[in-house]
Design a protein around this ligand. Sequence first.
Ligand code: ATP
Ligand code: MG
Length: 697
Amino acid sequence: MSAGLNLAQLRAIHYTDGACLVLAGAGSGKTRVITHKIAHMIERGLEPGRIAAITFTNKAAAEMRERARGLIGRRAKEVLVCTFHALGVRMLRADGARLGLKPQFSILDADDVTGILKDAAGGTTDLATARQWQWTISQWKNMGLNAGQALARAADDGERSIATLMARYEERLTAYQSVDFDDLIGLPLRLLRDFAELRAKWQAALGHVLVDEYQDTNGTQYELLRLLVGERGHFTAVGDDDQSIYGWRGATLDNLKKLPIDFPQLKVIQLEQNYRSTNAILRAANHVIAPNPKLFAKTLFSELGEGEPVRVVVADNQEHEAERAVARIQSLRAASNPPPDWKGFAILYRANHLAKPFEKALRKASIPYKVSGGTSFFDRAEIKDLCAWFRLWLNNDDDPAFLRSITAPRRGIGHTTLAALGAFATQHRQSLFGALFNGMLPAAVPQRALDGLHAFGRYINELEHNARHTHGAGQSLAFLHQWLKDIGYEQHLYDSEDSEQRAAARWSNVLEFCDWMAQRAGGQIDEQTGATGPDQPGKSLLAVSQTIALLSTISGHEKEQDMVTLSTLHAAKGLEWPHVILAGVTEGMLPFKIDDDEGRRQPLGDDMLARLQEERRLMYVGITRAQRTLAVSWSRQRKKGRDMVAAQPSRFIADMELDKNSTREDPRAKLKALRAEFAAKTQAAQATQAAHAAPTA
Ligand code: ATP
Ligand code: MG
């Protein structure tokens, strides 16, 4: 059990009696602490079902469960390993009734949300404005504000009108028995806050909660955690303040500062050895992050030797940059025998749209690759269509799902009929589906349309009934294929696509999706995490469709294949590859738009300074993904809209100080001083706490 763990890691693992924070730099084995701590606690007799481990993505959850399984075998699958959002779903399915939610509530995706907002505002709004509203409302929700509170705090007329809109939006969500992404945290929080017995129930159910990537939690997530663990504070949070890169989504480092105050007994453990990268790479990382203010002082050393120097690659334009990246991958493969796997390489960049030239160059060289952090499988229109049907048979009140499924494919029910139904439903305060069988509907729509509507309603009920009684892989697959045949979905794709090739591609996505659902029903795929494994009992198709909505809003499903990874820096968090190319490292891209339009440096206000610091952390995350080799590349020209503009290398390249002599510094000497400084800071924080004596729930 202690194999591959250092003393500090073991201390973190063995301390199970209270709050524990592992605060350490990249690659120091924080995530490893979590997996081993799960195993340790189970070995010591804690029921696996009483352990919750919270990760940042579903993919990370799947990986963690796999690793836990490697350590302790099949009991690992009883551990609840999931994201904050999946935990929220579980809590709402169990206790959402207290807030008036049915257990089969729907989870809306971003498109549904903008659709509802547009509609609530009268329908004439453009998408960009709707997205802006959505963004603002989301920010408010993450601050724990409801529509009334947002209205009271609104700074100007613009905000006031969005707050008013938010009230209407919330009404609709209630009517549709639906929640949005932010509600998956906000509503469980309300459950724990407002109902003492639920708080007691959940606190008793969970013996220990572990949180990875703690630095990227937002305020409501922190509150949820605080209430879940209660005063006893049996939790382990691991994180790195230098890797906080979700400030733009409401994550706040205040959560790190609050911990010693809310949990005075907090044990803080630092890890200083990096097991991931060579010293050449680590040094570049340490230099880049150095200018940022330090919340907790730390530095990293590695025993993996100096390694290859970090390379800077300059290209003429983006196509050239992509060619050079491909050439680098090929030459690194040629240089070793046997050549490293394709999956040992990653090309990372700031924004999704930068992937294009790299994809093209990789295709040209016949190198297998996958794009992660881009448009997910579940964002495709055909998959969304199918999910809308599932949502509707699970939750008849889900109006957005009703509208999508009744028109995919069209079943002879026209806009006029739907508009009449909508008006009728609003008047009678019913959902669209509920209105179908209202005895007064015949007066509102013509007989032929009514027949069509009734047939649709009966069909949905029938599907729900049958899905409930369909179990296991074989039955599920047969059910899905029959259903698609009945509704004529394949034909619908061919009718709506100009090119047969595209229709065929979309149909093959649909079939792939059915296979995947059937596998889930057969128990080969774990519901919570998406991990594959043979040892789960079969499930009903209805139960499987319940979890789809969540997966579809959070992440795609990916099989581990031997492919080069293309990824945004944000999606690369927590991961590692032997060979990394950081691409597009220019001023304006990384850091993103810090200068004025002409590219001149300008004095930075507080806002901009905070942004620059977050960009610097993003660069630090990128550099520290690399294990053995790292290249940082940029091109002299970049696309801006339709034009090509001259680009400058990012200031972060100079900050890496690649020309500095490698042996100049001894990080271990620096460590001693840093440790003393850190101890003093922790003491000071706890003294502040004593002074405030902050109450905990
Ligand atoms: P990040 O901040 O990027 O999330 P991390 O701190 O979570 O990094 P891990 O991913 O847990 O770091 O570990 C980095 C690498 O080092 C992994 O490959 C892990 O298996 C390895 N590792 C961690 N601790 C040890 C150890 N004590 N001995 C050997 N290898 C280790
Ligand atoms: Mg990690």
